[in-house]
Ligand binder design. Structure first.
Ligand code: HEC
Ligand code: HEC
Length: 231
């Protein structure tokens, strides 16, 4: 019985083999990202491949309640895909998105095991989630509010810093395919990213490097707090 089965498998193998190849080629050529698969990976991770549950840090459906972990709900799909690539090395080049003082980002080991398919699935899932008002960040510093508002809407003309609103949109919602959402993001995270752009540890955007390079710590703190409160 055993021998007969294996002979049948060998005989049908040729056919099955060709079938499998053409199916997987078709799947690669026009594979649509799968939000349900993305959700599963986001919630549970996949221990067999060393993928840690994203939800354990980034919260339920991308609503992070831990200020150093960014919330991801409703970020544009293209932006999320780009970031997950930017945390990985490119060939023998180090990643373009790192932590302070050139240390690897905390995300480097999280992104490392993700396949192209994982990245697109999880990005689609997250881009479809809503930032929840109950847990979204808010502005909290009265003293710097005015300064933050001025920078957001008008930039800092004397130092050639453009208005943040010009790209990230007046309400901070971002623009799908182009600019990330900043509204409701944790202010500590926003400020940290501006410092990382400035130091070059996050060197995945010339635009943001040139902007952050002209900002003082006080400017950064003011605009980060203000932007967190935008909706
Ligand atoms: C141990 C906590 C932790 C886990 C687990 C984790 N992340 Fe992160 N994630 C972070 C931190 C911290 C940052 C900020 C990284 C930085 O500043 O370099 C981040 C940043 C990101 C960003 C960039 C966000 C932005 O606004 O630019 C994306 C996208 C992301 N994570 C996706 C994921 C996905 C998908 C998973 C699961 C496969 C995951 N993360 C697992 C902590 C975590
Ligand atoms: C010319 C367009 C432009 C302007 C003006 C601009 N940004 Fe950006 N910003 C971008 C782009 C593009 C990215 C995405 C970079 C990347 O690919 O990682 C970005 C990313 C960011 C991020 C990282 C978001 C995250 O989730 O990690 C922060 C924070 C940010 N910008 C804040 C600001 C602030 C504050 C200002 C105003 C002082 C500003 N930006 C002005 C284009 C702009």
């Amino acid at each position: 019985m055993k021998r007969m089965l294996s002979r049948m498998l060998v005989a049908s193998g040729v056919l099955l083999g060709t079938c499998a190849i053409s199916v997987s080629h078709a799947a690669e050529a026009n594979a649509k990202p799968d939000a349900a698969a993305g959700e599963k990976l986001y919630v549970n991770g996949d221990t067999s491949r060393g993928v840690i549950s994203c939800a354990s840090c980034h919260g339920e459906a991308g609503n992070s309640i831990i200020p150093i972990n960014p919330n991801l709900a409703g970020q544009p799909y293209e932006y999320l895909v780009k970031q997950l690539h930017d945390f990985k090395p490119k060939g023998d080049q180090a990643p373009v998105r790192n932590g302070p003082n050139g240390a690897p980002s905390l995300m480097a080991p999280m992104a490392a095991p993700l396949t192209e398919e994982d990245i697109r699935n999880v990005a689609l899932y997250l881009s479809q989630q809503k930032l929840k008002e109950e847990t979204a960040a808010t502005a909290s510093n009265e003293d710097t509010m005015e300064r933050g508002l001025t920078i957001w809407r008008g930039g800092i003309a004397s130092r050639g810093v453009p208005a943040c609103a010009g790209c990230h949109s007046p309400n901070g919602a971002g623009i799908p395919g182009k600019y990330p959402r900043i509204a409701g993001q944790h202010p500590d995270y926003i400020a940290e990213q501006l410092r990382l752009f400035r130091s070059g540890d996050r060197h995945n955007s010339t635009e943001m490097f040139e902007i952050a390079d002209r900002m003082s710590d006080r400017d950064i703190a003011a605009v980060a707090d203000y932007a967190a409160g935008l909706r």
